[in-house]
Write a protein that binds this ligand. Structure first.
Ligand code: ZN
Length: 223
């Protein structure tokens, strides 16, 4: 699974990215409620001109990738419980699980992603919430059936298993090839519109010299 950032602009319509600072204390799980959309589709929908809903989320995941659409240090409107301090909307990272394609693979990716996020924060599965916990909406609806949240329990167990067995590898960014004058000089990683690549490889291929000043942590490129 690839993890990439593609942030919606802060001026996005319907106040979908209000950029209120957030120190998250939980992670909230959703299903998209759309059986045919991919993660890329959901990301596009956030900036689609015909979308008139004040609803957003932080991360959406499908069978091949996870896309971070709003920085995790800002709030998103996903919990349906208003904007009070301490609400799900103001304190929880919203993760949307896609319903299209290979759902078993998507669910496994979601569990890996969430386990990696818990691990990074030193949290356990007690930090996980359903959308239902904030507003009573039956969401993530694919984890609910016959009046029971059996799928939710199973999901938390899957996350817990990955957390305890270390199965939490997530590749950050998209690997890209960096060419200078048609010749490959380095590998890079594309993340939120910026390519990260070794400065030296690119500069030297262009005939420049590179000096690193450790004291000021500066890369000086001269030609
Ligand atoms: Zn939801």
């Amino acid at each position: 699974m690839i993890y990439r950032k593609d942030y919606i602009p802060s001026k996005t319509a319907c106040n979908r990215r209000p950029a209120l600072a957030m120190t998250a204390t939980t992670i909230t799980i959703h299903n998209t409620g759309n059986p045919s959309s991919t993660a890329a589709n959901e990301r596009s929908w956030l900036t689609n001109d015909t979308n008139n809903r004040q609803a957003s989320f932080h991360i959406v995941v499908d069978s091949k990738e996870a896309i971070e659409c709003i920085p995790l240090t800002e709030n998103a409107w996903h919990a349906g419980d208003g904007s009070k301090v301490g609400s799900g909307n103001r304190s929880s990272i919203g993760v949307e699980i896609c319903e299209s394609g290979d759902y078993a693979k998507t669910l496994d990716n979601a569990a890996t992603l969430v386990a990696s996020m818990l691990k990074e924060r030193g949290w356990g599965v007690d930090r996980l919430r359903r959308h239902f916990d904030w507003s009573g909406k039956i969401c993530p609806h694919l984890m609910y059936g016959s009046g029971k949240w059996t799928g939710w329990t199973a999901f938390k167990n899957m996350v817990d298993y990955k957390l305890k067995t270390g199965g939490v590898a997530v590749n950050k960014g998209v690997k890209v090839t960096v060419n200078v004058n048609g010749k490959k000089v380095a590998d890079g990683v594309l993340d939120n519109g910026t390519t990260y690549t070794p400065a030296r490889a690119v500069a030297e291929a262009l005939g420049a010299t590179v000096v690193y000043d450790a004291e000021t942590k500066t890369v000086n490129i001269t030609k």
